[in-house]
Design a binder for this molecule. Structure first.
Ligand code: DAK
Length: 255
């Protein structure tokens, strides 16, 4: 499939995916979701890709769902548009590899929801964040009402969802919405540095951390602990054996 809304560059195990529709500030339309579903399937089948970075072209990361496409929808069409987006963003969760959002500018509405589907968020100091759906008489439709309170707590989430306030990167960092803020010009370099740090760890351990943490937070606490024990124990006489031996022998692990 040829992509119109995405640019993909794969190098040294890292896929950099750029949302590319700058004339509409990278607003998400149905075409984007079709392309992203295709890309997630492709990358999931390609063992050479070990981490994915998502970013936006131009001054926006993603300024939201495409308002022009949504404006005339019926409730039924709205529901399938919402389900389509939710399914795509769940795709980042089911991917075994880490997904990092490198937020270069506006991450509003569906754009913020896109970052919430990712595993880690790193932001340019020029990035701006908000859930402005209520300005349009709408509410988020791509998981925002569910993921935002799980990430930043109920009070912060309801504050952003109800006031539609657009906040800067430092405020987003304070709320825990992003994990790191860097100089705008350094965004990709710093994101690649983070990606390479993750790539230097036990590959199976990274996959299991993602699986156990992400599934555990959705489960009952004791079920989550059970899952943790199961995956923890599976690292013995496996990758963990080499990692622990390497530590004791004061050498680098040979994964
Ligand atoms: N959709 C479509 N086009 C957009 C857009 C968007 N979200 N955001 C910007 N654009 C377009 C503008 O219309 C403009 O197009 P032209 O007029 O040049 O043709 C172009 O991008 C440049 O934008 P501006 O001229 O406005 O640029 P500025 O720098 O002056 O302002 C801005 C940047 C980000 C502050 C402003 O563009 C803005 O406020 N944009 C809208 C932001 C917004 O409200 N985003 C949230 C969208 S609502 C659901 C599923 C999902 C959702 C809801 C329900 N269901 C299916 C139930 C999610 C909803 C949203 O994401």
């Amino acid at each position: 499939m040829e992509y119109k809304n995405l640019k993909v560059q794969i190098e040294d195990g890292i896929a950099i995916v750029t949302v590319c529709r700058p004339e509409a500030l990278n607003a998400l339309n149905s075409n984007f979701f079709r392309e992203m579903d295709d890309l997630i399937a492709r990358i999931s089948d390609d063992d050479s890709v070990r981490i994915m970075i998502l970013t936006g072209e131009g001054k926006a990361f993603v300024a939201g769902a495409d308002i022009a496409e949504m404006a005339d929808m019926t409730p039924e069409q709205g529901k399938s548009f919402s389900k389509m987006g939710q399914a795509t963003f769940r795709g980042f969760f089911t991917m075994k590899i880490p997904v990092i959002a490198a937020i270069n500018g506006y991450a509003l509405g569906g754009g913020l929801e896109l970052t919430l589907g990712c595993d880690i968020r790193i932001a340019s100091n020029k990035a701006k964040f908000g859930q402005p759906e209520v300005n349009l008489g709408m509410i988020p439709g791509y998981g925002g009402t569910q993921r935002l309170p799980r990430l930043i707590g109920l009070g912060n989430a309801l504050y952003l969802l109800m006031t539609a306030e657009v906040i800067g990167a430092e405020e987003a960092l304070r709320m825990g919405l992003v994990q790191k803020v860097v100089e705008h010009e350094q965004l990709m370099e710093e994101t690649l540095k983070m990606a390479r740090t993750i790539l230097s760890k036990g590959p199976e351990a990274i996959r299991k951390v993602k699986y156990v943490t992400r599934n555990g937070i959705q489960a009952d606490f004791m079920e989550g602990c059970e899952l943790e024990s199961e995956y923890f124990s599976s690292q013995f006489k496996a990758e963990g054996e080499e990692g622990m031996k390497a530590f004791l022998e004061k050498r680098k692990a040979n994964w």
